[in-house]
Design a protein around this ligand. Structure first.
Ligand SMILES: [Zn+2]
Length: 226
């Protein structure tokens, strides 16, 4: 009898192992789904709780998607339109009138001069945007029947965009995707030394699309003169 128990135990273990073997990958997947459901905080960008934040376009209230949830700008971060300054025309796309904070303009002008010395000519297509303008951007896409979640992967909800701060700009190039342009390559190598950061890099974990054209000057990098 003493020798029977180990044999039975061995057979039992062997039987279980062989019977679940075909289901290993399924079991592993179920395990990870369970982890996501039980411990959502372990995986960036995924939260079990629905976002309580909303925004309104016309009279319709929309939920803020999880990837923007918790990123609504503090009202103190929003630019005061009366303090904005216009970017020099030669830096602006076509005849666009583009406004940013004074410190951002100064940093941009200095950076653009440095880029021009390397035969790279930076052109800005967008700077400060009001909440109204951000709503307009979303509304235009809704009118083209683009699903709201698709829109919000490229356009921030009103109140969430760095463009509201007057410290963010979108650069543009002619004919080539910005991520493949000489301008982008130059910015990758040099923008940090002028204080600018790429807010939505290619390897973002927030499910927001890569925005190589979008660069931001954080408040601590601003000129003291501002
Ligand atoms: Zn942008």
């Amino acid at each position: 009898m003493i020798r029977v128990f180990p044999n039975i135990s061995h057979l039992f273990t062997k039987y279980i192992a062989s019977s679940i073997k075909p289901y290993y990958s399924l079991i592993v997947r179920l395990f990870f789904i369970l982890v996501i459901l039980i411990c959502p905080g372990l995986i960036p960008g995924i939260s079990r709780a629905e976002c309580q934040e909303t925004f309104i376009i016309d009279t319709t209230e929309y939920s803020v998607p999880l990837w923007w949830c918790g990123h609504r700008l503090d009202s103190a971060a929003l630019a005061d339109p009366s303090e904005l300054v216009r970017l020099p025309e030669k830096l602006c796309y076509a005849d666009f009138r583009i406004y940013v904070r004074p410190g951002t303009r100064d940093a941009l002008v200095t950076m653009a001069k440095s880029a021009a010395n390397d035969s790279v000519f930076l052109v800005v297509k967008s700077g400060y945007r009001s909440l109204w303008y951000q709503r307009r951007l979303i509304k235009n896409r809704l009118e083209k029947e683009i699903p709201i979640d698709d829109i919000l992967r490229l356009v921030a909800p009103p109140g969430y965009s760095e463009h509201h701060t007057g410290r963010a700009v979108d650069f543009v190039t002619d004919g080539v995707f910005f991520g493949k342009s000489a301008e982008y390559q130059w910015l990758k190598e040099n923008a940090a030394s002028f204080g600018f950061v790429e807010s939505f890099p290619k390897d973002t974990s927030r499910i927001i699309h890569w925005e190589p054209w979008h660069w931001y000057l954080p408040p601590e990098k601003h000129e003291i003169s501002e």
